[in-house]
Ligand binder design. Structure first.
Ligand SMILES: Nc1nc2c(c(=O)[nH]1)N[C@H]1C(S)=C(S)[C@@H](COP(=O)(O)OP(=O)(O)OC[C@H]3O[C@@H](n4cnc5c(=O)[nH]c(N)nc54)[C@H](O)[C@@H]3O)O[C@H]1N2
Ligand SMILES: Nc1nc2c(c(=O)[nH]1)N[C@H]1C(S)=C(S)[C@@H](COP(=O)(O)OP(=O)(O)OC[C@H]3O[C@@H](n4cnc5c(=O)[nH]c(N)nc54)[C@H](O)[C@@H]3O)O[C@H]1N2
Ligand code: SF4
Ligand SMILES: [Mo]
Length: 711
């Protein structure tokens, strides 16, 4: 069996954009390997399974229109014109009846493809689709309502006016890297992970602060095991010691911060012994870690979602950023480099938000609204079910599986059952789609023409195979909807137009890209450090940070303006053993959910046999002592029980988690998935109402549960 053709391409499984070599036989994708020698050729486990993912029997192949009751899952096949015309007619009807704000959109992890981000999404949130703005509705939402915005926008912008995406660990010059609540091997793409491993060989020291011993913690020089949700106390405890021992960068603190004295007073209560009680990190470790971060020149940081899902998530992340800043590790060689976003090549018109009506959630989460200009999706059930602040009747979902992603699926299902129109665009049937009136099949990234931006590089994404069935490039679905709604000119209407528009400012670049399968390197500006001192961080060119005070705001004006604590005040997890000892009698285990596993991407791939084989059952990781106490052996089926519900998982008995703490896989709960996963939606166990007050993010990672052997 000869393989007919091999060529370089971009992986089409997720937006990571790894460089691959694909093998095709009779125009069918048959194999995917990393592209040797390419700086982006770091295939993750999932990438190799591309053929099985794109040709999955579960792929949606044609538009569908509901025929049964809503939620019954009965559909008939339809043509594109019929499905889109029907959608647009329903949208107009609802607008006429209730006003444009009665329509909302939500996009998620399946809508991160580069050209989609550039052409279809809002500039502020970058994930939320802008489709409804010209229609007159401010209600554009995204998985930013429970991912990234807390650590990537709210915490850093409220502290120093710069988004988290601009913070880059300056690995090359660093002596110590702290990986705090992130596991870089699961990054998409995992480029940073490979760099970390390389620098470690050359002497970079690594400390992982994580509630479990993850891949990175295993490779690290030190694993600091922390009780979930308590990182704020750990950071404040270190800050306290650093202040007591005068180990902070006096010059930086004096010239570039506000609120240091208030902070000094506040952190006094966080003695190493108190911190040990809260976090379970031994007092001596707290002290050693603080001294090491303060005295090593220089230390860099990688953090991501691990700190977002607790009651004071935003403030905890602020405390961590402040710790690194006052120890002189911000924007210095080897520290946390501020890489000001170079911007996209695409200059698109920003559509103004409609006047007069605020999106849902703007009232509850005003800082979230100010920085994202988006609706907060956690408020959707109130709008649909209670008409608060006004009724929402129609929902457009693109690339998201909200019933598996948001807490308490029964609340979302109830909301969806009460909609008047729902559209889902996906590549497979999701639980959300079961409630839809119209389901549209998107093509995967292997089936589209586009481009990919990396730091300092660009590559063209060339279609590898023809779209499966009647599926279409997601951008063109959006563009077609826009056209039928009367504003098609705001979108590229073909892939050719898309490329021409994307490179309108530099057509030669497009030509070079066409001739360079492994991409074109862009001229990188020379690294400049301590930019706060030279005026490079502010639009007005004055020294300082782009905040109202011009300083790094330990006491945050932005937070104060919206009525939040201006200091990074720590809140101990409200559903935790210290705050709720009575509940902890019946639910004694600290429950953490959703640490990434390699074989899945949130709810995705649990229908793909070769990937599911890598972990065929949804697991709860439980310490051997806790398992023994409960008569549980490795592999046993167990019930995980919270105040809110119970779900069957399979025990992974391990010392990767501390006693008294468990970690549970997320992603289960969709109809196309293998049975064990399909029935294991972890969000049955989490809490819709228990949130971080500032971000509105659910407390996914600091709750209480009990575990029993299943009958
Ligand atoms: N308990 C708990 N809950 C969590 C988390 C947790 O840690 N714990 N994590 C949270 C996080 S960080 C996030 S981001 C959310 C996940 O947020 P979601 O956006 O729900 O992510 P996925 O489950 O990956 O769903 C993506 C969907 O896009 C589809 N898709 C894939 N490719 C394409 C495409 O090209 N076009 C279209 N239209 N669709 C496509 C997939 O089939 C899938 O249904 O979950 C959150 N929920
Ligand atoms: N293979 C794969 N890759 C993915 C995804 C996937 O589902 N699968 N999801 C994608 C998405 S949606 C996102 S947002 C990114 C996220 O990227 P990351 O944030 O790097 O995701 P994780 O690998 O879960 O790493 C979070 C780490 O925080 C730890 N953690 C949890 N709670 C706490 C805590 O309270 N304190 C501390 N210190 N640590 C804690 C977890 O154990 C975990 O090791 O990954 C993306 N990449
Ligand atoms: S990270 Fe994404 S793009 Fe890279 S190999 Fe894995 S699935 Fe493909
Ligand atoms: Mo995410």
């Amino acid at each position: 069996m000869g393989i007919t053709e091999k060529r370089p391409a971009i992986c089409g499984v997720c937006p990571g954009g790894c460089a691959v070599e694909v093998a095709l036989k009779d125009e069918r994708l048959v194999d995917v390997q990393p592209l040797k020698g390419s700086p982006f050729g770091n295939l993750c486990i999932r990438g190799k399974h591309g053929p099985e993912i794109v040709y999955s029997k579960d792929r949606l192949r044609t538009p569908l229109i509901r025929v049964g009751e809503r939620g019954e899952g009965k559909f008939r096949e339809a043509g594109w014109d019929e499905a889109l015309d029907y959608t647009v007619r329903k949208m107009q009807e609802i607008k006429k009846k209730y006003g444009p704000q009665a329509l909302i959109s939500h996009s998620g992890r399946g809508a991160f493809e580069q050209s989609m981000l550039d052409f279809c999404n809002s500039k502020t949130d970058t994930i939320a689709s802008k489709l409804l703005l010209p229609f007159g509705s401010p209600n554009i939402a995204s998985c930013g309502s429970l991912c990234f915005v807390s650590f990537g926008l709210l915490a850093p912008i409220a502290t120093f006016g710069i988004p988290g995406t601009a913070l880059e660990p300056d690995l090359k010059n660093s002596k110590l890297m702290v990986v705090w609540g992130s596991n870089p091997i699961t990054d998409s793409p995992p480029f940073l992970f490979n760099r970390i491993v390389n620098y470690r060989r050359n002497g970079l020291r690594i400390i992982a602060i994580d509630h479990m011993r993850t891949d990175i913690a295993q490779r690290a020089d030190q694993w600091v095991a922390v009780r979930s949700g308590t990182d704020g106390a750990l950071a404040l405890g270190m800050i306290n010691l650093i202040i007591q021992e005068k180990l902070y960068d006096e010059d930086f603190v004096r010239n570039w911060t506000v609120g240091f004295d208030e902070l000094s007073n506040y952190v006094r209560e966080f003695t190493p012994e108190v911190v040990e009680k809260i976090t379970r990190v031994p007092a001596k470790t707290v002290m050693d870690l603080a001294r090491e971060i303060a005295t090593t020149k220089n230390v860099c940081l990688r953090t991501y979602t691990g700190l977002e899902y607790t009651n004071s998530g935003v403030q905890n992340i602020r405390a961590v950023y402040i710790l690194f800043a006052i120890t002189g590790n911000l924007d210095v060689p080897g520290g946390l480099f501020i890489n000001m976003p170079s911007g996209s090549t695409v200059e698109q018109e920003e559509f103004p938000l409609p006047d007069g009506v605020l999106p849902i959630g703007a009232r509850e989460y005003p800082l979230f609204y100010e920085l994202t200009r988006c609706a907060h999706y956690m408020e959707l059930p109130n709008a649909v079910l209670k008409g608060d602040p006004y009724p929402v009747k129609s929902l457009l979902i693109n690339g998201s599986s909200t019933i598996t992603s948001y807490p308490q699926p029964e609340i979302w299902e109830e909301a969806y059952r009460n909609l008047e129109f729902m559209l889902v665009i996906d590549i497979i049937m999701t639980r959300d789609a079961i409630f839809a009136d119209v389901v549209l099949p998107s093509a995967t990234y292997y089936e589209i023409n586009s481009y990919q931006r990396y730091q300092g590089y660009l590559r063209l994404r060339k279609r590898v195979i023809e779209p499966i069935g009647k599926s279409r490039n997601g951008i063109l679905i959006m563009a077609d909807l826009a056209k039928r709604l009367g504003y098609g000119h705001l979108y590229p209407q073909s892939e050719e137009e898309l490329l021409t528009q994307a490179f309108a400012g530099n057509p030669q670049l497009l030509e070079s890209l066409k001739n360079s399968p492994d991409g074109v390197k862009l001229a990188a500006p020379e690294r400049q450090y301590k930019k706060y001192a030279t005026g490079l961080l502010r639009k007005d060119g004055r020294p300082g940070f782009p905040t109202t005070s011009g300083k790094l705001e330990i006491t945050s004006n932005l937070l104060a303006k919206h009525g939040y604590d201006e200091l990074p005040i720590y809140i101990d997890p409200l559903e935790g053993p210290l705050q709720n000892p009575e509940l902890a009698m019946n639910y004694p285990l600290v429950m953490n959910t959703g640490a990434r596993i390699q074989s899945t991407f949130r709810s995705q791939h649990l229908n793909v046999p070769s990937l599911v084989k890598l972990q065929d059952k949804p697991q709860v990781l439980i310490n051997s002592a806790d398992a023994r106490d409960r008569g549980i052996k490795d592999g046993d089926k167990v019930m995980v029980i919270t105040k809110r519900g119970k779900v069957a998982f399979f025990a992974n008995v391990t010392d990767k988690v501390l006693t008294g703490q468990v970690e549970i896989n997320m992603g289960g709960g969709n109809p196309a998935q293998f049975e064990a996963w399909r029935e294991a939606n972890v969000n049955v166990l989490t809490d819709f109402a228990n949130r971080d007050r500032i971000s509105g993010f659910p407390v996914f990672k600091a709750l209480l549960c009990q575990i029993k052997l299943a009958e």
